[in-house]
Design a protein around this ligand. Structure first.
Ligand code: 5GP
Length: 189
């Protein structure tokens, strides 16, 4: 498929430079899929997507993992304002699946402070999975407050607020096909 140009996004004054372009995303997701297919060859995983940010990444990643697998999703909200997370996490939608004895692979969009992930990890481990690993598309360099045990990482990026490929600001930009710096006003709420 010929990559579409940035279209209307290129003219958006709230968007800054491209941090990861479409082709690079596609290539890395394919690589991660191959790595995961190898790692989970003998123990098909249950993919747990963290909504909403991970939905596009999870859908591309799942198709790149050439293994039978199952999905579930959960939604978390982190109390905090605008573009920073407080680390106090609330489960807005819980999983349907029972994790007991399952090989769980959590699919996350981005790890910033790492507080959301460390909460999630504790919460999911309490459900007694056979194994629990995390695959995060993006990790911000030098920002993690909590020790995060991340087995699979797409890209390490500079500590700037980014949007696109599932990531939003006030629900905008999730369908931007690449990842760009957000330079607009802080959203309220
Ligand atoms: P943490 O708890 O690691 O500080 O933050 C994790 C959550 O904050 C992510 O799952 C995501 O929802 C949000 N977040 C952190 N950094 C960014 C960013 O640069 N852009 C967007 N759109 N969300 C972010």
């Amino acid at each position: 498929m010929t990559p579409a140009s940035g279209g209307t996004w290129d003219a958006d004054p709230d968007l800054g430079e491209v941090v990861v372009d479409e082709q690079t995303l596609e290539r890395r997701v394919r690589e991660l899929g191959e790595e995961l297919a190898d790692a989970y060859r003998d123990r098909p995983p249950l993919l747990v997507g963290v909504l909403k940010g991970a939905f596009i990444f999870m859908s591309d990643l799942a198709r790149a993992i050439r293994l039978p697998l199952e999905f579930d999703v959960m939604a978390v909200a982190s109390y905090g304002s605008g573009t920073t997370s407080s680390g106090v996490v609330r489960i807005v939608k819980d999983l349907d699946a029972d994790l007991t004895g399952r090989h769980v692979l959590v699919v996350e969009d981005i790890v910033d402070s790492g507080l959301t992930l460390s909460y999630l990890r504790r919460n999911l481990l309490a459900r007694r999975p056979a194994s629990l690993e995390v695959c995060a598309l993006l990790v911000k360099e030098g920002r993690q407050q909590a020790a995060v045990d991340l087995r699979y990482v797409g890209f390490r990026i500079p500590p700037e607020f980014v949007v696109g490929y599932g990531l939003d600001v006030a629900e905008r930009y999730r369908n931007l096909p690449d990842i760009r710096v957000y330079r607009g006003p802080e959203p309220v709420g």
